[in-house]
Design a protein around this ligand. Structure first.
Ligand code: PLP
Length: 432
């Protein structure tokens, strides 16, 4: 997906055909504005490859990237399932009209109450992460006289090139069963021996914001090798091979990720080739994009406030949001571009550091940002904020979380209203 900046006849930034200056007049700032068509196009791009290659598949949206009722409704309407990693996400997905059968449950410490919720809802698949979970789940299923589909999460020992905080495929990860030590096979044996758990396949997720296909190829090869081994040793026949998400997106001009389709094309090619060689039946191939479905689809709009010149060092420009609505720069040193909504293509005249309004020196949104002259009241746009932005938002310093709008065909629809001061006190009880 290319980063295309759309403008209207006045030269203003538009999102989904809506003038962003009009958007902020109506909804205020900070505002997270999604271009719905972009999300639909990404979904279509992923699906198209599977369809062309005539492979049974499922695209499962990793809802931690952006979990909202409107989002679940949008993907459900477009034939995409979702994965959830908590009871809260499961509840939201069900409320967002996601069919239970299309929901997968991930996590390294699913609570008994959360597992019970998943069993009660009869979701599509619980991705088993550790031995404790097998015990918890067995107790629940026995007590309720229920069955459920499960998959086995394994760490194939593949390390994708990415930031160390967001790699998960290596053996020392906190997620999943290690293969080399024999843990994974032992877990599978336990699951196969349990009549209440129907083992449908195996899963791995090698990391996030991955730009090259090599990691996926290595993982696919290793997963098929494991399937072959377990087929021969245990008679295990997997219906599903889930290769996780992690497809990289473009945050700044420097980022050059592969298009989503190219990742999928390669994954399918390698899985087909290895499965044929191993003389196995081709399982359904599942992928779990989070960031790639929503990341580039949203832009955050801020109002510029104060600024400060530190002689010969830098020029700070402060906006009315920051780490409370986008913690990724502080958490992962994530990089973003920024420009003015009234004229995105204006010639830069300064190099500034965009900071937020939170009481942390690390509350920096963009370092060394080239901008034209700015003044208080200007609207600053930061693109590619659609993933892990709102879902990681906080009320630090008692700043309300922003509003979220879905824009499409020139229409804007409020999907999450701006938090109010009253909202922030909603759970608090007075001493008097
Ligand atoms: C986070 C996560 C994903 C999605 O990762 P993205 O980088 O957003 O695509 C997919 N699967 C699992 C198990 C995850 O934990």
């Amino acid at each position: 997906m290319t980063q295309t900046i759309s403008t209207n006849s006045q030269g203003h930034l538009t999102i989904g055909g809506v003038d962003t200056l009009e958007l902020v007049k109506e909804f205020g700032t900070p505002l997270i504005a999604y271009d719905v068509k972009q999300i639909k196009q990404q979904i279509a791009a992923f699906k198209e490859v599977f369809i062309k290659e005539n492979v049974s598949y499922r695209v499962t949206y990793a809802s931690k990237a952006f979990s909202a009722l409107a989002m679940y409704q949008l993907i459900a309407a477009n034939g995409v399932g979702c994965d959830v990693v908590s009871g809260g996400e499961l509840y939201a997905a069900l409320q967002g009209s996601m069919a239970p059968e299309m929901i997968e449950f991930h996590g390294n410490n699913k609570l008994p109450a959360e597992l019970e919720m998943a069993v009660d809802a009869q979701i599509g698949c619980i991705v088993i992460d550790n031995f404790q979970e097998i015990e918890f789940l067995d107790e629940i299923l026995t007590r309720k006289q229920q069955t459920i589909k499960v998959a086995l999460r394994i760490t194939p020992g593949v390390e994708a090139e990415t930031h160390e905080y967001i790699t998960t495929g290596q053996s020392d990860s906190k997620f999943g069963f290690d293969v080399l030590s024999g843990q994974a096979k032992k877990a599978l044996e336990q699951l196969l021996a349990n009549p209440r758990m129907q083992v449908c396949g195996i899963h791995c997720h090698i990391g996030s914001q991955i730009f090259a296909v090599d990691g996926f190829i290595m993982a696919a090869k290793e997963m098929v090798r494991i399937l072959k081994q377990w087929h021969d040793e245990l008679g295990f026949e997997a219906q599903i091979l889930n290769l996780g998400g992690g497809f990289g997106i473009r945050y700044t001009k420097e980022d050059q990720p592969l298009p989503a389709q190219d990742f999928v094309k390669e994954i399918i090619r390698v899985v087909k080739q290895e499965i044929t060689q191993a003389n196995l039946n081709l399982p359904e191939i599942w992928i779990e994009p989070g960031r790639a479905l929503v990341g580039q689809a949203a832009t955050t709009l801020y109002t510029i406030g104060s600024s400060k010149e530190v002689a010969d060092v830098c020029h700070f420009i402060a906006v009315d949001g920051g780490m409370g609505d986008n913690i990724r720069p502080a958490l992962y040193q994530a990089k973003y571009d920024a420009f003015l909504a009234k004229d995105p293509l204006a010639k830069p005249t300064q190099v500034a550091t965009i900071v937020g309004k939170y009481c942390e020196s690390g509350d920096v949104l963009v370092k060394n940002c080239e901008l034209p002259d700015t003044k208080p009241g200007d609207i600053l746009a930061i693109p590619s904020t659609g993933a892990y932005g709102y879902t990681m938002a906080s009320n630090y310093n008692r700043n309300p979380r922003p509003a979220v709008v879905f824009c499409e065909d020139g229409q804007a629809k409020l999907v999450i209203r701006r938090e109010t001061y009253q909202d922030m006190l909603a759970y608090e009880l007075s001493l008097r």
